[in-house]
Design a protein around this ligand. Structure first.
Ligand code: ATP
Ligand code: MG
Length: 448
């Protein structure tokens, strides 16, 4: 059996030496790096089974190094080590892809078991693209073969290989713009480079600029370390500007400059740099309306809108509803450890006729909920939420009389079958004796 390998990036040389020594006793080959550049160089030479990154490094923060490593090697397990058990940092680390967060001082056994798990769960060559099965689980490959989806795939294929440096994805919320952005990257000549995501809606204006373009040490309050911007991290790859419609006006000007000249300047930095990235931007807003309302710069819109791709709503590709539902059912079944749910013909009909205002995200959430509530079962209409089963067909005239007649018939039949006993009739109907009495009263059937 091959020995697990691990790379430790920490500037405390004593700690490194003692960890390497301790891990050797557990048959683990450990290698140390005292800073980020050394760590990245070692990773270029050999991919270990796992990496540990210290939060406080001399030149850049551990979180930034973690982001860089994950951008280059998305499938490599990385854990964060920190002297402070700061929960916010731990959350941030996990968000950018750390598999664990370990507070110092820790026991050797803690990290030994992490390394063994990582080594057991896959070969070290994690740089290779994921295998077919993983592709399905990670949803890198959009599901659906409807005409609208085929047209979208074709457009993505053409643009991915084109020289377009800016691509705009438009479409309502939950239609899969994130997935299309990833596909544009993976099928392009830049696929070996990083795919870096910036959510323009999630950061305040002052942080967003530093996040995008980087910042020199001391450039703003709290900037204790030099910060590498996401534009720089995306070098040679794709920068995905998600929710670009939310970008604050002040930053829109800077983004425009960057898109036009490829030049950017870190906050507090003197020198300009030129980036080699393709920018894919996405929004679910109608940007033309935002331009009219004065919330979005017209010049930036024209710059972004050179090659737009419209991602269709689910209602525009109903043929994809069933394949998507079955796909999500398979995924969720694995999560729950059960068989995938299936759908009765009537349920399928309701699902296909429904308009899905929340698009694929709404469908996915529903399948997750149904799998949790009815694992492995056939889903009947009565398990669907109201909005899906609501019948919107016109109400026939005289329906109330029909309802009364139907109710009267049913009550009569129940009483007949029960030999006139109201208690038994209530049981047959599955309602309480009191409820039966009330209905009989209302229909003037009481005592008849
Ligand atoms: N064709 C598809 N095949 C499989 N899964 C898909 C497909 N399209 C979207 N999804 C899944 O649907 C969910 C919603 O997609 P995504 O987050 O990309 O939507 P979005 O268009 O970016 O929405 P928003 O504008 O609200 O951010 C995700 O879980 C995504 O993986
Ligand atoms: Mg999105």
């Amino acid at each position: 059996m091959t020995r697990p390998t691990v790379l430790l990036i920490d500037d405390e040389e004593n700690l490194l030496a003692s960890l390497i020594y301790g891990l050797k006793a557990h048959d683990i080959d450990a290698e140390g790096a005292k800073d980020a550049p050394e760590g990245l160089t070692k990773l270029e030479r050999r991919i270990p089974d796992m990496v540990f990154v210290d939060l406080c490094l001399p030149d850049i923060s551990g979180i930034e190094l973690l982001t860089t490593i994950k951008a280059r090697h998305p499938y490599l397990p990385v854990a964060m080590i920190s002297a402070h058990g700061d929960i916010r940092v731990a959350v941030e680390a996990v968000k950018v892809g750390a598999i664990d967060f370990i507070a110092k001082p820790f026991e050797l056994e803690d990290i030994v078991s992490l390394i063994r798990n990582a080594a057991d769960s896959g070969p070290a060559g994690r740089r290779q693209p994921p295998r077919k099965r993983q592709v399905e689980e990670d949803q890198n490959e959009p599901i659906g073969n409807s005409p609208a989806m085929r047209a979208l795939r074709e457009q993505v294929g053409i643009l991915a290989h084109s020289s377009a440096r800016i691509i705009l994805l438009l479409g309502p919320s939950g239609t899969g713009k994130g997935l299309v952005a990833r596909l544009l990257h993976q099928t392009s000549a830049r696929a070996d480079g990083p795919f870096v995501v910036v959510n323009c809606a999630s950061l305040p204006e002052n942080l967003l600029e530093a996040e995008l373009f980087g910042a020199e040490r001391g450039a703003y309050t709290g900037a204790h370390q030099k910060r590498i911007g996401l534009v720089e991290l995306a070098e040679g790859g794709t920068l995905f500007l998600d929710e670009v419609g939310e970008l604050p006006l002040a930053l829109q000007a800077k983004l425009l400059r960057f898109l036009e000249s490829r030049a950017f300047r870190p906050v507090g930095g003197a020198a300009e740099r030129i980036a080699n990235v393709r920018v894919v931007a996405a929004t679910n807003r109608n940007i033309e309306d935002e331009v009219k309302a004065g919330n979005f710069r017209a010049d930036l819109f024209y710059r972004l809108n050179v090659v737009p791709i419209k991602v269709p709503s689910l209602a525009e590709r109903r043929a994809d509803i069933l394949p998507l539902a079955e796909f999500f059912a398979r995924i969720q079944a694995k999560v729950e450890g059960c068989c995938p749910i299936t759908f009765s013909p009537a349920t399928l009909e309701q699902m296909t006729n429904y308009d899905w205002p929340g698009n694929i995200r709404e469908l996915r959430n529903l399948i997750e909920r149904l799998t949790i509530l009815h694992p492995g079962q056939v889903i009947e209409c009565d398990s669907l939420p109201n909005e899906l089963v609501a019948d919107n067909s016109p109400i026939p005239h005289g329906i109330t009389e029909q309802m009364v007649t139907t109710e009267r018939d049913i009550l009569h039949r129940a009483l007949r079958q029960a030999g006139g006993s109201k208690g038994k009739a209530a049981d047959i109907l599955g309602i309480s004796r009191y409820a039966l009495k009330r209905r009989l009263n209302r229909l003037n059937l009481d005592g008849k």
